[in-house]
Ligand binder design. Structure first.
Ligand SMILES: Cc1cc2nc3c(=O)[nH]c(=O)nc-3n(C[C@H](O)[C@H](O)[C@H](O)COP(=O)(O)O)c2cc1C
Length: 446
């Protein structure tokens, strides 16, 4: 008899206003103000939960996106939104991006611990260091801190956050009414941390979260990002356009986790997929084309310029990417995404116009235009071939793209025995098969 547990696919519903495609808000059925409509988010969260997704995810950045002219530029603060969604759902994991560059560890550890408490152990933190230039100006800075500096700060941030979540041992609360003793002070731990970026005394003023620590997710696949992920991340969001690149990344991350003394199975790798699904290939192409025709090229150019830290005027729409970009200058913002775009342009010999069309649907993530079987086959091939432990499902239009994925693709994955029929646990960690971390202070009180 074999005791080996079958490897199960993990699915995260990466939600974004009216959809991931930059023109999704212009579709006839779309709600262009979806961002600020709580009912829109509740509908999406319940859709994903009814389909037994491991989690949903809200991206974020503390600045308006671009000028706001061509795409909804703002969004609700995601931990506030997750708190509302936690009361409209009961099982699905709830992950949000919060920047380690523009927050302080004490405040953020407290907010995340609070979301974990009010959601009954379903909170996850996508740790980003914030690649954008616009964000810095909202925090008293003239430019973003350098790439390596941001990751160094993130590392210290994480060490403090983990210690704060551990600062209440599980036996700390006595609530002994007869003796009049509420807590055992010996089990509430100070950090007295004094480091390069932060000084934090502790303990946290919130009990240890139900999951020990909220699930720690990371998105940033540069060299610095990978090293950071190997040390701290339990799930990794990443973007790859081909199976080969995804498989290389997967092997590299698992090796780095092992080298950092961690169990590689404790690091769940989730590349993104942007599926345009039609009952025939022609129908799928028509869905993609409708969105493509609604794009405003000026928006794509600005986004491209932002990634390469330059001006839109350096691009000629009908020429290849300029030579100075193909020479891969050292960028302080988003290193893995800029590499991905250059690689895509070179591999397929694209003009700038074609590049911005290709990244308009999912900012560079793997796009697949096809039938439910073709989407399920690709998901299966990446999962079984060792390129993914699961996927970020990034519907180009919402809710329609998520509904189609659930109705048409999930049954195929279930028939293959790859995806759960029902939840087995109640916490986000349980869905991903990840343990509650040991409390670093536990030995201190004996
Ligand atoms: C699926 C996914 C989601 C992301 N979400 C966010 C986000 O919400 N906010 C953000 O500032 N960056 C986000 N990023 C970008 C990364 O944090 C990072 O800036 C980018 O991947 C470049 O990192 P690198 O310089 O380490 O390569 C996301 C990346 C991926 C792959």
């Amino acid at each position: 008899m074999t005791t080996e547990r079958r490897r199960r696919l993990h699915l995260n519903a990466f939600l974004m206003e009216a959809g991931h495609h930059e023109a999704a808000w212009r579709l006839p059925d779309s709600n262009p103000r979806a961002d600020f409509d709580l009912q829109h988010w509740i509908k999406l969260a319940r859709l994903a939960e009814d389909a037994k997704f491991d989690s949903l995810f809200l991206a974020d950045g503390p600045a308006v996106i671009g000028t706001g002219e061509f795409r909804p530029p703002g969004q609700l603060e995601p931990l506030t939104l997750l708190t509302a969604l936690s009361q409209a759902t009961s099982r699905i994991g709830l992950i949000a991006t919060v920047s380690s560059t523009y927050n302080e560890p004490y405040n953020l550890a407290r907010r995340l611990a609070s979301v974990d408490h009010v959601s009954g152990g379903r909170a996850g933190w996508n740790i980003v260091t914030s690649a954008g230039a616009d964000e810095a100006a909202n925090f008293g800075l003239t430019d973003r801190p350098a790439h390596a500096e941001r990751y160094a700060r993130a590392d210290e941030f994480l060490r403090i956050a983990k210690a704060l979540w551990d600062s209440w041992e599980s036996e700390a609360v006595l609530a002994d009414k007869a003796a009049g003793r509420y807590a055992d002070p010996g089990r509430l731990h100070r950090l007295d941390h004094k480091g390069r970026y932060f000084s934090v005394a502790g303990p946290l003023n919130v009990e240890r979260p139900p999951q020990g620590h909220p699930l720690l997710v990371q998105a940033g696949s540069s060299e610095d990002g990978r090293e950071f992920a190997a040390r701290h991340a339990e799930a990794i969001f990443t973007a790859h356009r081909t199976y080969e690149r995804a498989a290389d990344f997967y092997a590299d991350i698992k090796a780095r986790a092992r080298a950092a003394g961690r169990d590689p199975d404790g690091v769940v790798v989730l590349p993104g997929i942007v599926p345009y699904i039609g009952s025939t290939e022609a129908e799928a192409r028509a869905i993609a084309q409708e969105l493509d025709e609604l794009r405003v090229p000026a928006y794509g150019l600005r986004q491209l310029a932002a990634v390469f830290e330059t001006e839109p005027s350096v691009f000629d729409l009908d020429a290849p990417l300029p030579g100075f970009i193909l020479a891969r200058p050292k960028l302080e913002g988003s290193q893995s995404r800029s590499d991905l775009i250059i690689e895509l342009a070179e591999r397929e010999q694209l003009t700038v116009r074609q590049v911005i069309s290709r990244i308009g649907g999912g900012r560079g993530h793997f796009e697949l235009v096809g039938t439910p079987d073709q989407v399920a086959d690709a998901v299966t091939a990446w999962f079984e071939g060792g390129a993914a432990d699961g996927f970020n499902i990034m519907a180009p239009a919402l809710p329609s793209g998520l509904e189609t994925f659930i109705e048409e693709v999930l049954p195929i994955l279930r028939a293959k025995g790859l995806f759960r029929e029902d939840y087995q646990g109640t916490t986000l960690r349980e869905h991903y098969g990840l343990p509650i971390p040991a409390n670093q202070f536990h030995h201190a009180a004996g």
